[in-house]
Design a binder for this molecule. Structure first.
Ligand SMILES: Nc1ncnc2c1ncn2[C@@H]1O[C@H](COP(=O)(O)OP(=O)(O)OP(=O)(O)O)[C@@H](O)[C@H]1O
Ligand SMILES: [Mg+2]
Length: 259
């Protein structure tokens, strides 16, 4: 009997929150590196004009970038860079003009469509997004299978989560009905601060209210994160015994339970 083999498709996870500095890029890097350690084929995609992930991964700024993919100047395949620390489609400062430049009908689908032809090359694609809810983040949500939301245990986080979830609802209605929120990840966590613990409880309740979970392991604050980034090295090889490295390891294991 003839059976048609379905092509393998990569699982696409977008890491997003429009609030700045909550650990998005750090989480994308650690998640991708952790998956690579487990033998998975991973593509990192940097959609943030700040280019923090591209810098850490030592991408070459002269090569075609996610900006060229979004504006259809290059294909995703031609924009992949093979660095010592993994494959990446890097960012470019020109991405900051996306909201004004990419306005045509179907603009939300640019990244999703561009990634289609390279699906079978990877097990996972992990997308880093800017701290904003514009065209870039909507593209990343439209392309994704699921979302991870990194938040710090602080007062403004709840507001940020609520705003993000209303955008997610819109994307689910109009662009990507299968999108799911994998979970909220507490980052830069200090268990010694009573306020942090109280906020963690509130964030967990908020997660449940929106039908998702908080990941079991909060990522503790640790100087090794900044040091590794300054040296442009993966956290797991620079400081495998540091608190944040151990926590990210647990987080990757929990992520893999569902993938
Ligand atoms: N667990 C941690 N311990 C210590 N510092 C951390 C930790 N996680 C992130 N940081 C630091 O906090 C800052 C913000 O982290 P990161 O760049 O990952 O956030 P972001 O959400 O991507 O920011 P942006 O919104 O600007 O893109 C960085 O300087 C990073 O080194
Ligand atoms: Mg970032």
């Amino acid at each position: 009997m003839y059976t048609r083999q379905s092509k393998q498709t990569a699982h696409i996870t977008t890491v997003a929150l429009q609030k700045g500095g909550t650990g998005k890029s750090t989480t994308v890097h650690a998640l991708g590196q952790g998956l690579m350690k487990s033998g998975k084929k991973v593509l990192f995609i940097d959609l943030d004009p700040q280019g923090n992930l591209s810098y850490t991964m030592q991408a070459n700024p002269g090569k075609p970038s996610s900006y060229d993919v979004l504006t259809k100047r290059s294909t995703a395949r031609k924009s992949i860079q093979h660095t010592d620390h993994g494959d990446i489609i890097s960012a470019n400062p020109q991405l900051s003009g996306t909201d004004l430049e990419v306005t045509q009908t179907g603009k939300e689908y640019r990244i999703r469509e561009a990634l289609q032809p390279i699906q079978e090359l990877y097990d996972f694609m992990i997308i880093d997004t800017p701290p904003a809810l514009g065209t870039i983040t909507i593209n990343a949500l439209t392309a994704a299978s699921d979302i991870i939301v990194p938040v710090q245990a602080e007062t403004y986080s709840i507001q940020g989560i609520t705003q993000l979830f209303s955008s997610i609802d819109i994307v689910k209605t109009y662009c990507n009905p299968r999108l799911s929120v994998e979970g909220i990840l507490l980052t830069r966590y200090s268990s010694r601060a009573i306020l942090s613990r109280d906020m963690a409880d509130t964030i967990e309740l908020t997660a449940r209210k929106f039908g998702t979970k908080m990941f079991r392991t909060p990522i503790r604050e640790g100087i090794a994160v900044k040091e590794a980034q300054a040296l442009r090295l993966p956290l797991f090889s620079y400081a495998p015994e540091s608190n944040p490295a151990k926590d990210y390891e647990q987080f990757v294991a929990e992520y893999l339970e569902n993938h």
